[in-house]
Design a protein around this ligand. Structure first.
Ligand code: DGL
Length: 260
């Protein structure tokens, strides 16, 4: 048993998709979520800058005595996961890796599209995952420029997001991609919009797999919490705006509970 909280962070609301999955699997856990909205978006920033934010946030979460940290952001995982593990060997980290492996296994056409930020697609982690799991599969990288901004505004359905998704994914789907990997945690909120637009396409969302990995690590270390569970938000930018976005994304008032 370990009653300490779990830490998680992202540039904004994206990582909350992972936190929501985690809290469904482990409702007795208290989560401290750091939304780095003052530095949003991470996607176009140089990796060194994102790494600096990841380290600063990790220090802040450790001040709150977290027992595990979920890097609930693909861009930050690409820029900093290895370095965080090296710098904090006593802290278990769970990071986000684009789901190329499940996508390659599920694709019937042998062509998958990975929708992610420029920071993720330019990183070495992405190359490694494609090299390791994408053999024999055509993997098309699609930079989701502007999508995370729309999610931050709560714009996850309607004509504007549909038009942008059509523009970004239409060419790959037209060339036979039958599986789309959501390689950015913000895009977890766009799964339904993608399916509506491209009904025959399968969407791969790794939010739940990452949440499950965190639960497994806690189980293995006998570090699950006896409760009570909850969610505390730390916001580097505008807290009211974050809460308004959470409401627009369908988080109930209970799910939005924030004590600090
Ligand atoms: N949610 C972040 C990710 O998973 C990216 C959004 C941003 O550009 O800040 O990559």
């Amino acid at each position: 048993m370990d009653a300490r909280p779990v830490g998680a962070f992202d540039s904004g609301v994206g990582g909350l998709a992972v936190v929501r999955a985690f809290r469904q699997l482990a409702p007795a856990e208290r989560v401290i979520y750091f939304a780095d909205s003052a530095w949003f978006p991470y996607g176009p920033r140089p990796p060194a800058e994102v790494r600096k934010r990841a380290f600063a946030i990790t220090h802040r979460l450790l001040e709150s005595d977290v027992k595990l940290i979920i890097v609930a952001c693909n861009t930050a995982s690409a820029a900093a996961l290895r370095e965080l593990r090296e710098a904090f060997p006593g802290v278990p980290f769970v990071g986000m890796v684009p789901g190329v492996k499940p996508a390659a296994l599920r694709s019937k056409s042998g062509h998958v599209a990975v929708l992610a930020t420029a920071g993720t697609l330019d990183g070495e982690l992405y190359d490694r995952v494609v090299e390791q799991f994408g053999r024999g599969t055509k993997v098309t990288a699609v930079a989701g420029t502007g999508l995370a901004d729309m999610v931050e505004r709560g714009d996850i359905s309607g004509p504007a997001i549909a038009a942008r998704l059509e523009q970004l994914l239409g060419p790959a789907v037209g060339r036979g991609a039958d599986t789309v990997v959501l390689g950015c945690t913000h895009y977890a909120f766009l799964g339904e919009a993608i399916t509506r637009l491209f009904p025959s396409v399968e969407v791969v969302d790794t939010s739940e797999a990452a949440a499950r990995r965190a639960v497994d690590l806690l189980c293995d270390a006998d570090a699950l919490s006896p409760g009570p569970g909850g969610l505390d938000l730390i916001v580097s930018g505008d807290r009211q705006r974050l809460r308004a976005t959470m409401a627009a994304l369908g988080f109930t008032p209970a799910e939005q509970e924030a004590n600090r």
